[in-house]
Design a protein around this ligand. Sequence first.
Ligand SMILES: [Zn+2]
Length: 269
Amino acid sequence: MDGLPPPVAQVAIDSAAWTQTDRIRWPSKDAFVLVYVGASDSRTSLLRVSRDRHEFRMGQADDHLVVVLGLEPGITGGEEALDFLAAHESFHLAAQYYGSRIPFSYTEIDERVVKAYSMDERLSRVYDAVDEMHRSATGGNTSPACDELAAAIGSMEGGARTYFTYKAFWEWPAEFYAYTTAFKGSLAEYESFRSRLFADDVGYRLFTSGVKVAEMLESRLGRNAWQERAVRGESMLAMFSEAYGCGLQLDESPTLTVLNLELPAPVGH
Ligand SMILES: [Zn+2]
């Protein structure tokens, strides 16, 4: 691509962790995502990122899929953290935007809703419920009760529920993919890494709960089956609710295909 330095990574999607790689609509012969680390003082506008907050930008530039990581506030975990984030963000772009149908209800979210709920401690009731089900399943219970999780989600106010269902749709598959490729199933190591990845991040349990939900989904449905449903636009939360009898009502149709995700210009600093 004109005027860009070499990327820090070219990230392919691993078909062992994501069985649906043949569904990815790569815009050119490249079957990988170009990953850049941005800088707040970059002379290339595409690579210019915020100095004060973490920023992840992605989309198609010419016929390449590009991810820009804005990490100036810092990350913990060094090279491993960079690889993990590159895998997570590349998955959003290639496997989700360019490889799955997206429910219309999850195409957009009001940034004010994200701000209001991403650090909301009240969501911890949901994450506690997932943790408890996962603990029970790991202990050998093949039918852990979903009542507490269903009650926790049922009691959410509208904005919190919008935030949670939207984020679960996008983040859970991406997080499980990065976890699988980077940690190869070592949950304790991953959880400790994830809790420290960003300083002061009380919202990280959204992500760790997604990994636990995915493990429980796989033990019921198998990897290929849930991932086939995911590319058709079904969220992991909806599949989980059905598989474990949680009785959640989610409005996830109709779905659409994203033909071209434009790489957004840098926003204010
Ligand atoms: Zn993400």
